[in-house]
Design a binder for this molecule. Structure first.
Ligand code: HAS
Length: 550
């Protein structure tokens, strides 16, 4: 008998979420292929043909993976989660989300075109005084404005749920989506300001100089919350989905909400920790932002505590004995669990590396070295990406009305192992080479013939080996994606959403007081940025004429 295809959420909403997934996985293919080319080029194993430059490939890699894959996957996942837990969107809301989706997609095409034409090889941070073609900035603006449209849909759906269910606790995944998008909307104001007020007029020739420090400060005002924008959806999965997959319950709904509130408060006023070595910013304000950075570590430690509690409680329920007996009771053969769990494990060294980065004195050692590249390949490209892959194993079939077969589950396990192995080799070598002073973002990384730096050879080679293994991991992931989207047997795949444990207590209503939390977020931002920003503008050196790439 042919099984019927049953989608786990409203069909129209599922199509909307899937549209995001298609773009995300095409981006994975393009971006990860650029990553392989880069490691081979850096290690001297490949000479790029046809005048293609190292920085061009690096820009493709950073923009397509860091900005496109993440944003599309995250929005698709959040729309699906909200539709599942708060209920379907109205046709008006859905239309608004589609407008956002198309704006983002057109923006990506415009940006990618100028990168491919080698007129925007400015990397994903597009630091002035490097100047790209105006099309690059215009495309990025469209991506951001499109994402705002989708953010407003998420806010609207949440508000509608509250109106429809007065006095009730809101669905956790919808609440978390609102916080993630609030953080994103507030943070992207910084990048929108620098692009609209500084970069676009400058690249169009309307102004003849740019204030470099203002542009970098506005970028990093956005850049740190950007990395939490990647992390928070992984935390959504860790808090609210993984407990269901292991057959357990959420340790505490209030703790989960509180940690998201703290991430909202502290992830924005910390951008200076990316600028610790930069002149022109008063050290006092760098110190204040480093203190705030250490505060943003707390919700991650709360998350680790909560996850341990969930795993241990479930493991003991299943008969696990002793301090670590629960580990044996986890569903290791389920790719939906294994991939995110390995992601969590990698977040322990990844997070420790972040704490090192944030410590001023140690930052002087690692800043602008390939250690930093190692750090974000552990946090973003491993913890977050393995969680996203783990989500895809059930999310894609549940959106397309198909099922995850035992064979695809096995491939998911292989993918997790391959990805971890590749990343351990590549990121490990990056960390080590960084400690020895190996620079990041340099096309001249080989140092052939230089007695001191020729020692980097083995590390570069290890990165090429790790990068090649990761490329294989990416291909396996794409095969699984295509199978789950188009070929897996029709049927119904569970959309796992956990409920909280009986002992977790009631959730305080103050956690849903948006005026309060938005107010405190703005106050903290004003406190951390107002005086140093005025300082930067008042004491600005003459603007830079810039270096034109086109
Ligand atoms: Fe970072 C640079 C500081 C987290 C990404 N970071 C970057 C860049 C990126 C990035 C992309 O202070 C480069 C930007 C560029 O291009 O220049 N980072 C931190 C700190 C944290 C941190 C303090 N970063 C992340 C995350 C990222 C990310 C997350 C992406 C997703 N980072 C920095 C600093 C720099 C920086 C400086 C600038 C460096 C420079 O000079 O350029 C913290 O949020 C980390 C807190 C995390 C923890 C870990 C908690 C562990 C958990 C797992 C529990 C495991 C379980 C399983 C339960 C404290 C939650 C256990 C099971 C068993 C069996 C054991």
């Amino acid at each position: 008998m042919i099984k019927k295809s049953i989608r786990s959420i409203n069909t129209q909403d599922a199509k909307l979420a899937m549209a995001h997934m298609y773009v995300a996985f095409i981006a994975l293919f393009i971006g990860a292929s650029a990553g392989l080319i880069q490691t081979l080029e850096r290690s001297g194993k490949l000479k790029l043909p046809a005048g293609i430059g190292y920085y061009q490939i690096l820009t493709v890699h950073g923009v397509i993976l860091g900005l496109v894959l993440t944003t599309f996957f995250i929005l698709g996942f959040m729309l699906a989660s909200q539709s599942k837990t708060a209920g379907k969107y109205t046709s008006g809301e859905r239309k608004f989300a589609w407008i956002g989706f198309w704006m983002m997609t057109i923006g990506v095409v415009i940006t990618a075109t100028f990168i491919l034409l080698n007129e925007a090889s400015v990397l994903y941070t597009f630091y002035a005084p490097m100047m790209a073609h105006p099309g690059f900035y215009i495309g990025l603006t469209l991506v951001i404005v499109g994402s705002w449209f989708e953010g407003f849909v998420i806010f609207k759906r949440h508000a509608r749920w509250r109106k429809e269910n007065p006095g009730e606790r809101t669905p956790l995944l919808s609440y978390m989506s609102v916080i993630t998008m609030l953080m994103w909307q507030i943070a992207t104001l910084g990048v929108a300001a620098t692009v609209l007020i500084q970069f676009i007029p400058w690249s169009l020739g309307l102004t003849d100089s740019i204030d470099v420090l203002v542009s970098r400060t506005l970028f990093w005002y956005f850049g740190h919350p950007l990395v939490y924008f990647w992390l928070l959806p992984a935390y959504m999965a860790w808090y609210a989905i993984i407990p269901k997959i292991i057959g357990g319950k959420i340790f505490s709904d209030s703790l989960a909400r509180l940690s998201f509130i703290l991430l909202l408060l502290f992830s924005i006023p910390v951008g200076f920790h990316h600028q610790l070595t930069e002149p022109g910013i008063d050290p006092f304000w760098k110190y204040i932002q480093v203190v705030l950075t250490f505060l943003v570590v707390i919700p991650s430690l709360m998350t680790a505590f909560s996850l341990f509690a969930t795993f241990e409680a479930r493991g003991r329920e299943l008969g696990g004995k002793g301090l670590f007996g629960w580990i044996k009771k986890m569903p290791w053969k389920d790719a939906r669990f294994l991939a995110p769990f390995i992601g969590m494990l990698w977040f322990i060294p990844g997070g420790a590396g972040g704490i090192i980065n944030a410590s001023n004195q140690m930052n002087q050692v690692i800043h602008n070295t390939i250690w930093v590249t190692g750090h974000f390949h552990l946090t973003a490209a491993t913890s977050v990406m393995l969680t996203f892959f783990g989500l895809a194993y059930w999310l894609i079939p549940s959106l397309t009305g198909r099922t995850l077969t035992a064979r695809m589950n096995k491939w998911g396990i292989i993918q997790t192992i391959v990805w971890s192995l590749g990343m351990a080799i590549m990121s490990g070598a990056m960390h080590w080479q960084g400690l020895l002073g190996g620079p990041r973002r340099s096309a001249y990384s080989e140092y052939l013939g230089n007695a001191d730096t020729a020692a980097f050879g083995p590390y570069q080679l290890a990165q090429a080996v790790g990068g090649s293994i990761l490329f294989i991991g990416m291909i396996i992931m794409l095969v699984i994606f295509v199978n789950l989207a188009f070929f897996a047997p029709k049927g119904e795949q569970e959309f796992p959403v956990a409920v909280e444990g009986e002992t977790s207590g009631t959730t305080p209503a103050v956690l849903e007081n948006w005026k309060l939390w938005i107010g405190v977020t703005c106050a903290l931002i004003l406190f951390a940025y107002t005086i140093p920003f005025i300082d930067i503008i008042q004491n600005a050196p003459p603007g830079s004429p810039g270096f034109k790439l086109w």
